[in-house]
Design a protein around this ligand. Structure first.
Ligand code: 5GP
Length: 129
């Protein structure tokens, strides 16, 4: 069965898309740790990051760099934290999370955004890509 993220790629499930090319997609996390929390995924459905072939893995990091640089310009933060968890969705994804302190990488604290707030931050990040 297709993963939630494969359904997001196809448009079957809606998302706030930030950027995509033929191999990768970036979209806002629906339950963000912080405003601007973005997921970068390969369009090929693979569960674990280190099962990706080297070319797809290195391409994912370079793609994530482009998106992280745009997030850094769009959101006031000290860093854009990078994380790979994958306990919930078995489709490789890189979390890009604007952070000011270590605790901001904790998945225990979440922010609630309205649809308009999602749209606003999506547009802002996109404008820096
Ligand atoms: P992980 O697999 O890394 O533990 O967590 C999966 C992440 O995907 C979570 O941060 C969760 O909020 C996000 N997520 C799960 N389902 C959806 C969805 O349908 N849309 C979006 N945009 N994000 C999702």
């Amino acid at each position: 069965m297709a993963s939630i993220f494969t359904k997001i790629i196809s448009g079957e499930i809606p998302s706030f898309k930030i950027y995509e090319d033929d191999k990768y997609l970036a979209f806002l996390d629906i339950n963000p740790n912080a405003i601007g929390h973005t997921l970068c995924i390969p369009k090929t459905e693979v569960d674990e990051i280190f099962d990706l072939d080297d070319e797809t893995l290195s391409g994912l990091i370079i793609f994530s760099k482009k998106v992280a640089c745009a997030i850094k310009k769009a959101v006031v933060c000290k860093r854009v934290g990078v994380g790979v968890i994958g306990l919930e969705v078995p489709h490789v994804h890189v979390h890009l999370i604007p952070i000011n302190k270590m605790d901001d990488m904790s998945f225990d604290s979440k922010v609630k955004l309205t649809e308009n707030e999602f749209i606003e931050i999506m547009k802002k990040i996109k404008s820096f890509i």
